[in-house]
Design a protein around this ligand. Sequence first.
Ligand code: SF4
Length: 96
Amino acid sequence: MTESPCSRIDPEVMFPHPSDVSGIEFAKQQVCGACHVRAECLEWALNQFSRSDYGIFGGLTEDERKELVKSRQLGKAERLNYGSFPPKNKRLTAAA
Ligand code: SF4
């Protein structure tokens, strides 16, 4: 994670207020969406002692991670499909 996009920006970007919809989408799409360790980051976040940690990890909010944990416990989801992530040569852009 030391070379991930979030390591090169203000850490506050990854911890937007829950009402900050544009900030959440920026972190999920523009930062995590350009990350080559997104899948590993998400698995790391899901396996932490406290799964209610605040912030965006692996492109998901805390609520989305909780839903994924519940789905896995119910056997509905094994692993998210990341398709072609990360997009090649994707660059960070300024927050909207
Ligand atoms: S997936 Fe997002 S939070 Fe995780 S290392 Fe990559 S940029 Fe950072």
